[in-house]
Design a binder for this molecule. Structure first.
Ligand code: AHR
Length: 628
């Protein structure tokens, strides 16, 4: 393997090349990355019918002690449903045979398959409360079976103010732990009260912006160049009425109606809305890529002559993201805590809609209106231009691939012959799926890494690439495999996550010209690349040589680095070798063995411009050579 180390030999890799695609699928955000612990916080998920289904809320107490039902008395116009709680027992009434139990009765929420409450941690609990008389309400986190109190505070409402809706906000500090805890609101006095918009969040979230910290850190650790959101099919909806509408997901949480995602089949309160997606991109140091609905769902398409309202809606969305403070939507962004514009430069016009009725007509309406107002905006078409030219203008086009391991590895050459003169490629969804992948096999990660080296070598035409899907809550698997698996309290990366770690040096690095000299059999299973990157904290440069050996035999390689600038010397002490391999191609990580398939790092003491390397059978390798 020969590497030409002179920077002019290759090209600069786009700073966006490797990034993230976040979709609200598998409870990735709701009950996942978004740290809200309460599920169905506004009691809206069951619809407006009275009484509506309030699941997963349940009564605390028997039917003779407590009566739950919804009505439309909420103070929030967009969220009309509130929960009416009638406490039928009374602790003080000695004449009554229906005395409230010591723990009180009322209502509780189990969160998303349990709330992770940790001793010593604090949680902010907020809700709206109205009652017919003075009230003493206990707010507590209890163990899953309700037998142990983990944290508790009491809200007292006096008879003067009780009749109006009161905004309550409490800090609860946990004195014990349970990964599957629940939130309870209970009383011991005969009373009638209403609850609405009940929220519980850990106070410690990623950058203080509401994201579950350990999950967000997994993303940050990949050093993503972009953050595509919020879907996927989630953006389209099966029916348009259930598609993601950005306008309904901004502003105070209490005024977000939430919606039923009818492709992945669950309700979301939209706490993780348009603003939060933009904020997370910024917090990750990534450029946001907003995928918006272009009037097309899985079942319906808005005819082009009626698409005008959608176009205006999108222009408003752009104004929300980057408009000035004196604009309507820029002002709302500022009120939400972000006066500066977000760095929104990329927009995807729909998702997987190229072949659907009205796509091209609708696309052109969006394209012309957006370019007229925001000429710098990079617009992404859903149509594949990798084999033949697009019949419409675009800055980039979406390319999605889910296939077997052998197919994806073979696709490492997919973009070798793509025209360098047209729009750039955005491989916005790729993964090995099906039998080769299981729930995230090593084989899948191996093939994906080979595909990504091919993308790196073609990064003069491929500008962005992201794995999909990113997250799965283990309690709601809608799609396999996924990069990061979690439940209420634990998480791990699949091999599809760990292979992405091999590419975190690539964005903005210089790709170096390199050649593999090998026989046909070896060429069939081997792909390699070389780049020069800068360590931002030390300021020094390093080389990264990557390889995927997709074959069952170890390969011995001679690495020759030529044209090394005279000022550079390889520092063996500052060099390392990272390898991802596994005993069995179908090996997976799990909650029981979260690190069964993870990269191992060793020193590369023999590092030099001319060295021998052994690539284990079926392995991903990165040799990092420090320079001084
Ligand atoms: O990543 C899962 C789904 O795959 C996405 O929602 C969609 O864009 C694709 O079909």
């Amino acid at each position: 393997f020969t590497v030409d180390a002179s920077i002019s030999s290759g090209h600069r890799i786009p700073s966006t090349l490797f990034g993230l695609f976040f979709e609200e699928i598998n409870h990735a955000g709701t009950g996942g990355l978004w740290a809200e612990l309460v599920q169905n916080r506004g009691f809206e998920a069951g619809g407006l019918n009275t009484p509506s289904d309030i699941r997963p809320w349940v009564a605390v107490g028997t039917e003779t002690q407590v009566l739950l039902g919804t009505d439309r008395s909420s103070p929030f116009v967009k969220n009309p449903v509130a929960l009416r709680v009638a406490i039928l027992c009374d602790a003080e009434d000695s004449s009554s045979s229906n005395q409230c139990p010591h723990r009180g009765v009322g209502v509780s929420n189990p969160g998303f398959w349990g709330m992770d409450i940790r001793e010593g941690a604090t949680y902010t609990v907020k809700f709206w409360l109205r009652s017919t008389a003075s009230l003493s309400l206990s707010v507590s986190f209890t163990s899953a079976d309700g037998s142990q109190t983990l944290a508790q505070e009491t809200v007292e409402v006096d008879s003067k103010t009780c009749h109006t809706w009161l905004n309550q906000s409490l800090e609860l500090k946990a004195t014990a732990s349970d990964h599957y805890a629940r939130l309870s609101l209970t009383s011991r006095n005969r009373s009638v009260f209403w609850l609405d918009q009940v929220s519980a969040m850990p106070t410690d979230t990623f950058k203080g912006h509401g994201f579950r910290k350990e999950l967000a850190l997994m993303l940050a650790d990949l050093k993503p160049g972009f953050f595509r959101f919020p879907g996927g099919c989630f953006v389209e909806g099966d029916r348009l009425i259930n598609s993601f509408r950005w306008r309904e997901t901004v502003g105070p949480y209490e005024e977000r109606p939430g919606h039923y995602g009818d492709v992945w089949n669950y309700w979301t309160d939209d706490g993780f809305g348009f603003f939060e997606g933009l904020q997370l991109a910024e917090d990750l140091g990534a450029l946001p890529i907003w995928v918006f609905n272009n009037g097309i769902s899985h079942q319906e398409s808005v005819p082009t002559e009626l698409i005008g309202a959608y176009v205006l809606d999108t222009l408003d969305g752009i104004e929300f993201a980057r408009g000035p403070l004196n604009s309507t939507w820029g002002a709302l962004r500022s009120q939400m805590g972000h006066p500066d514009p977000f760095d929104l430069r990329y927009l995807a016009i729909g998702n997987e809609d190229c072949w659907k009725p009205y796509y091209r007509g609708n696309y052109m309406k969006f394209y012309e209106a957006i370019k007229a107002k925001y000429p710098d905006m990079q617009l992404i078409s859903n149509c594949d231009g990798s084999k033949s030219a697009l019949d419409h203008p675009a800055d980039l086009y979406d390319y999605h691939v889910y296939t077997s391991a052998n197919n994806l590895f073979a696709m490492r050459h997919q973009f070798d012959d793509t025209s360098r003169y047209g729009p750039k490629v955005f491989v916005s969804e790729y993964a090995v799926t099906g039998n080769d992948a299981g729930r995230g096999s090593f084989l899948a990660g191996l093939a994906e890494a080979g595909f990504l080296i091919g993308i790196e070598l073609n990064s003069d035409v491929v500008s962005l690439a992201s794995y999909a899907p990113l997250f799965v809550n283990n309690n709601d698997r809608r799609w396999n495999p996924d990069a990061i698996v979690f439940d209420s309290w634990q998480h791990y990366g699949t091999p599809g996550y760990w292979m992405q770690q091999f590419f975190k040096h690539s964005n903005n690095a210089s790709l170096l010209f390199s050649t593999v000299q090998a026989d046909a059999a070896t060429n069939n299973v081997l792909i390699m690349s070389a780049l020069r990157a800068k360590n931002d904290s030390t300021g020094s440069d390093y080389l990264v040589i990557k390889a995927v050996n997709y074959g069952g035999t170890a390969l011995n390689l001679q690495l020759v680095i030529t044209n090394m600038p005279s000022s550079d010397k390889i520092q063996a002490l500052d060099s390392s070798m990272t390898v991802l391999t596994s005993g069995n191609l179908m090996d997976e990580n799990s909650f029981f063995q979260p690190t069964k398939v993870v990269p191992t790092v060793s020193k590369a003491e023999t590092a030099g411009p001319n060295m021998r390397l052994t690539l284990p059978a079926f392995s991903i390798m990165a040799l990092q050579l420090g320079l001084s």
